[in-house]
Ligand binder design. Sequence first.
Ligand code: PEP
Length: 263
Amino acid sequence: MRRKFVAGNWKMNLTLAPARALVAALRERLSPLPPNVDVAVCPPFVYLFPMAKSLDGSGLQLGAQNAYEEPEGAFTGEVSVAMIADTGARYVILGHSERRHTIGHHEDDRMIARRLRAVRAGKLVPILCIGETLAERKAGQTNDVLSFQLAAALIGSESITAAELIIAYEPVWAIGTGQNATPAQAQDAHAHIRRDLRRIVGSATADGVRILYGGSVKPDNAAEIFAQPDVDGGLIGGASLSADSFAAIVRAAAPAAQPVSAR
Ligand code: PEP
């Protein structure tokens, strides 16, 4: 059975003092951590080191919001995988829709594939974000977009194992809008992604890869979404900035992660 995973994407929010306060509050609310859920927070690069210290001994893990594909060199403003690994972070979000569509860089699928290979080579775990825009959904192209983004990102990574990859299905129209995908829409997309994964990386790996849902997850919709058979947790934006909300979402992931006999 796949362990649930809940990650908080802080985006470009919080300065040092509130970030420390958030982690302190999370430690309090999530102690003890549900034994069947992995939990991570993904602060901006500059706070990775101090947050690693704040998280020490809590069981909560750390992730970065991006990484550059080259190991070193004249790439002003970029951060390498080895630099991220030095902080103690274990995960790297890649291909977030804000980086694909909003921020000046407009990261494309080839760039994301290169970064995914670099993250894997650096022994960190990519959280690969894929998802359709509202126009694509309305045009009936959701599955095609997901297939394309998935296949493109995994070029050169076909031998990846389940432990080396996390995918986040994040419909662009649901991110930060308050309009979440319905549990059925999420399940349909996740099942499609897993079917495609079987073809690209083989059934054993595809069945073990955790596929998170992201897009306006809140304490009151998390349990129903996480209960879907192919939804293995969530990537949480806005609601990860409140310790109460994020802890409630983590707890919502816990019951569905218990083996049937323990319910
Ligand atoms: C995200 O940024 O990955 C995200 C899912 O944001 P939100 O939860 O705010 O929609």
